[in-house]
Design a protein around this ligand. Structure first.
Ligand code: CA
Ligand code: CA
Length: 197
């Protein structure tokens, strides 16, 4: 083969390799720049948008399908909330009415709107949550006593105790009355109970 053809073939080969190698980089940049607000698919929105643009390139399609599969496996995009009764302080030092409280924890990955939810004891004394959102991994303390609500403390507003020192059951229901969690403690020492393992 003549030298000219050899060089031409070499240049073509290098060009092809460069295109194949750089395409994924370009795609990634495009995908990250794309702004899409769709939440209908459990995938990274930018990548979906990019896929519509470059599906004409077989290599790009292959690459993208690999990326999308990785995204799907890597992150459960739409998070879920998981609110649990964490701790019940039923026999605190000093006045029970002053010191009793229950901690709720959101163990999930999404914020949960607990407005209108209820917390009750075995005797059906009910606390209804005011307008409140519990962020992922956040905690809120529900005091029995009166007080001024803030981001981590809510107040039942009672002057008498709720949580029996000899055992009781706390039940948490959502705004439509579905039971979300329940915690029964036996009572006695040490005066508090951790509902979560
Ligand atoms: Ca008590
Ligand atoms: Ca009680």
């Amino acid at each position: 083969m003549k030298l000219f053809y050899k060089i031409t073939l070499l240049i073509l080969t290098i060009s092809l390799l460069l295109i194949l190698g750089l395409l994924p980089v370009w795609l990634t940049v495009e995908a990250e720049n794309a702004e899409v607000t769709t939440d209908q698919l459990p995938l990274r929105p930018g990548l979906i948008d990019a896929s519509a643009v470059i599906t004409f390139t077989p290599v790009a399609t292959l690459y993208l399908s690999l990326v999308l599969r990785a995204e799907e496996e890597g992150s459960p995009a739409p998070g879920t909330g998981e609110v649990k009764i964490g701790h019940i302080e039923y026999n605190p030092d000093g006045s029970d009415a002053e010191g009793e409280y229950v901690d709720l924890q959101n163990l999930g990955t999404a914020t949960v709107d607990i407005t209108g939810w209820t917390l009750r004891d075995e005797a059906d004394t009910v606390f209804t949550f005011p307008s409140f959102s519990l962020a992922s991994l956040a905690q809120v303390r529900v005091w029995v006593k009166p007080g001024v609500d803030d981001a981590t403390n809510l107040y039942w507003g009672r002057n008498s105790a709720i949580w029996n020192n000899t055992g009781d059951t706390a039940t948490l229901r959502d705004a439509t009355g579905n039971e979300v969690d329940q915690c029964t403690y036996p009572g006695g020492t040490p005066g508090f109970y951790d509902c979560l393992p």
